[in-house]
Structures are given as C-alpha cells and as structure tokens.
Design a protein around this ligand. Structure first.
Ligand code: ADP
Ligand code: ZN
Length: 448
C-alpha cells in the first residue's frame, strides 16, 4: 500500500490529529514566518516495530506536500557521517519549507557493536550538530525510532525533537479497524466475527494484524475454500498467539470472569498504589499462568519499605479480589503470586532489615544456611506470615473501597481479553470522574 494521506492510517485518532497539525503548519510556513513564529524543529515517532511509525511519517511527508530529503543509516560510512548529513541538510535548505526524514534513527546513532540498548556518542553528536546547525532554516526533521529509551536525552530537549509521538500498540478499537481495513476487497465470510479477532490480537501491532489477515487467506486457499472463514482466522491467530492451541481449548466465559476478577484485583491495587508502574493487563495465558498484570517498580526508583510493601499488596490483590467477589469458592490460581509475595516479605526481613536487626540473616538460600538457628527460622517465618496477612488485609480493604472499579475492569477484560496502558488509564479516569475523586498518586493505604 502506498500511503498518500494521514487518513490512510487506520485508528490512532489522536496521533493523526498531531500529524495533521504539523502538515498544516508546514503549509502555512510563509504566514508563520511573517508572524515571527517558527516551525517545530523535529517530530520523533517512537514505538515498537510494526505499530506504523514509518507509515505515519510517510503520510505526514506526502500530505504536507513539501520536499523531503531522506537520511539513511546505510548510506554513509561512520567517518563520513558529518559530511553526509551536511550535504543532506544543505539540500533540504534549498527548498524550504522542507522535511529531513531519518527513518530508524536508532540505527543511525546506535552502537553497532553493542547492538541494542546503547547509543554511539560520536554519531549522536554528529546528528545533533546537523540538527542544531539548521535549526532556523525552515526544516522539520522527522524521525522514527523503535526504542525511544536508547536515544540520548539530548534529542528530546526543546530545539531538537519538540514533538514526540510515542505510538502505542493498537487498542481494541484500533485493532478492529485495522482488521476491517485489511479485510477490504477480500472474500471474507459473513460469519467472521471481527470483534472476536480484535480480542484475540491483543498485544499485536498493525503490521502483525495485516500479516494475520493474509495468513488466514493463505489457509483458506490451501483448504480450497472460496471465502476466508472464521476458522482460517482462528488458525492464524492460534499460530501466533497460542502456539497452535485452538479456540476449543480456551475457557468458558464464566471461567474467564474468575481470571478477569483476579487480574483486575492486581490492576486496581497497582493503579492506586503505583500508577506509573502499570503497563498492561491480560487474561490470555502467559506462560504458566492464566493471566497477567504488569506492575513494575521503575528501575531507577529507590526502594522504600512502603513501595515494596505496596508491591506485595499488589501481588496478593489477585487472590484478595477472588475472595471478595467469590467468597464461597477457592480457586487455585494464586500459587505463584503467594510464592513471590512470601519471597519479598522474607527479603524485607532478612536482607533489608526493614523490621529490625533480629530478623537479619545471610542472604541467598537462607533456610539451608547452617548458621541460622531453628529458633531464628521460626521467628522469621512468624514475622513473614504477619507481613503477608497484613498486606492481604490492606489489599482487601483497598479493593473493597474500589469494588466498582474492579468490576468494571473485570467486565472489560472478559470483553476484550487485554487492556494496554492507555486503555486502562481511560477507564480509570472515567471512574474517577464518576466518583468525583481527585487524582491521587499517593497510596490510599496508610503505610507509615
Ligand atoms: P514501523 O515503522 O512502526 O515498524 P511500519 O510503519 O513499517 O511500522 O508498518 C508496517 C506495516 O504495517 C505498514 O506497511 C502497514 O501496512 C501496516 N500498518 C501498521 N499500522 C497500521 C495502521 N495503523 N494502519 C494501517 N496500516 C498499518
Ligand atoms: Zn495473580
């Protein structure tokens, strides 16, 4: 597909709005200049491979209608990079307003030897220098990058990339639209359930969905079918998501609701106590466990007792949620949660000394260590049980207070199977608006 307009991008309404704004500014360059207003210097599109960054950049270039000069990592040797960049920018300066397009900026400034995760300082300087030298020349630098975190922070300062679009994986609605888009013009059976496919493609990029529609088509042809049927999509999804497990092996809606309630418990505890750490939630099988809720403590955060205790509360919140909503049933879904929570509790006691020196013990395989007396082991076990019960109570109290939010997330999860961070935050904001609660990043539970 040759994209010629921003409208060819399916879904991503807010990102399209930003792109259209930049097109508009480029088209009004003369007027802006007369008013003494400058163009944004750069637009950085970041996000996982396949989310459509290149499509978006190309749509922006085509729709703005201004000349574009492309800079590619493969076109210059390292020692000629400065000259190469200078020549490309000089060309762009001749026909302003114009765009310098750096597709895969991470390749241009990345450290080839270390491959991922680091940037090459010398190349970074050269690129920054080129951007700086042409700051007020009517050039907008448009770049794409797979891993925004590997870029030197200097790129994100104002005067460099002053428009940063972090393109997330598509939401449920976006996945449905992308699916429908790529089905157009193909003989799709009327019985194909698009919403079901959108559910099952949680976590996939637009490129994955495009590929999936094609794989389903191939499967249909191989089975001599004239139309692409639901079972062809099931096959293609199964291949990608469940490594061959078919739809028949998945659970009933009631069983999914139990898992959804469990995961919603983790999620709500995470949102209340550690909102920045929430990455996503899913009731699709992930490795050994039935579902998954991503809550992380940021790497660069200094651990405090309160933060670690909140993590334990989050780990136990799955089980707490099940007990709150299904008090008469005991589901065996929490063994790894409880094991992890116990591990953290013991670490607080024996390694961090967070509850007093009397619990400190040699780290590692403490219970096998010879110099820990039976008496001390018992003391540690008792205190660890106490911490776990306390955290379980905190989780129960928190979920009782936010019962409606847990139910809302559980229902959404049964409907959509997975929610990414933007979807979670949207539902959470609506809940807060409805309950007229002030946004709070402070833990609701008093952990002092
Ligand atoms: P990225 O640059 O983020 O790795 P691309 O822009 O190369 O991803 O996207 C790969 C392909 O996936 C595109 O050529 C397009 O066909 C498809 N695609 C991805 N996202 C979308 C979308 N939102 N709308 C339409 N097509 C998309
Ligand atoms: Zn759990």
């Amino acid at each position: 597909m040759r994209t010629t307009s921003v409208e060819d991008i399916v879904g991503y309404e807010s990102e399209k709005k930003s792109l259209k704004e930049i097109c508009f500014l480029l088209q009004k360059y003369g007027e802006l200049k007369d008013m003494g207003i400058r163009l944004p210097h750069g637009v950085l599109l970041g996000g996982e491979p396949g989310v459509g960054k290149t499509v978006m950049a190309k749509a922006l270039i085509a729709e703005s209608g201004v000349p574009c000069v492309r800079v590619s990592a493969g076109e210059a040797e390292q020692d000629e990079l400065s000259e190469y960049l200078e020549a490309r920018f000089a060309e762009a300066t001749k026909a302003t307003p114009s765009i310098v397009f750096m597709d895969e900026l991470d390749k241009l400034v990345g450290d080839v030897e270390n491959f991922r995760g680091t940037y090459n300082m010398a190349n970074t300087r050269k690129v920054l220098q080129a951007i700086n030298d042409h700051k007020d020349d009517g050039i907008v630098v448009v770049a794409t990058v797979n891993d925004m975190h590997m870029l030197c922070e200097a790129f994100k300062r104002s005067g460099r990339f002053d428009r940063i679009l972090d393109i997330p994986l598509p939401t449920f609605e976006d996945r449905l639209s992308i699916f429908e888009h790529y089905c157009k013009g193909k003989p799709i059976s009327k019985r194909v359930d698009g919403e079901y496919v959108a559910k099952m493609t949680a976590g996939m990029s637009g490129a994955d969905i495009e590929c999936l529609v094609n794989e389903a088509g191939i499967h249909a042809v191989l089975e001599n079918s004239k139309t692409v049927r639901q079972k062809d999509f099931d096959f293609a999804v199964g291949q990608k998501v469940f490594n061959g497990t078919s739809r028949e092996n998945t659970l009933s809606d009631d069983e999914y609701f139990v898992i959804a309630t469990h995961e919603a418990g983790h999620l709500v505890a995470g949102l209340i106590n550690n909102p920045d750490g929430v990455t996503g939630v899913s009731i699709l099988p992930q490795g050994e466990s039935a579902g998954h809720c991503g809550i992380a403590m940021a790497d660069n955060e200094l651990a405090t007792l309160e933060k670690v205790r909140n993590l334990i509360v989050g780990m136990l919140a799955g089980k707490a949620s099940e007990q709150l909503f299904f008090p008469d049933a005991v589901y065996l879904t929490s063994s790894s949660d409880v094991g992890r929570a116990a591990h953290y509790a013991k670490r607080l006691l024996t390694e961090d000394g967070a509850f007093g020196l009397e619990y400190l013990a040699e780290s590692g395989n403490m219970f096998d260590a010879l110099d820990v007396s039976e008496e001390k082991k018992a003391r540690i076990e008792r205190k660890s049980d106490e911490i776990l019960s306390d955290c379980f109570e905190r989780a129960t109290a928190l979920l009782t207070e936010h019962r409606d939010l847990v139910t809302t997330f559980a229902r959404q999860l049964v409907r959509r199977y997975s929610l990414n961070r933007p979807e979670i935050l949207r539902i959470y904001s609506a809940y807060r608006r409805k309950n007229k609660k002030q946004p709070t990043a402070e833990p609701v539970v008093d952990c002092a």
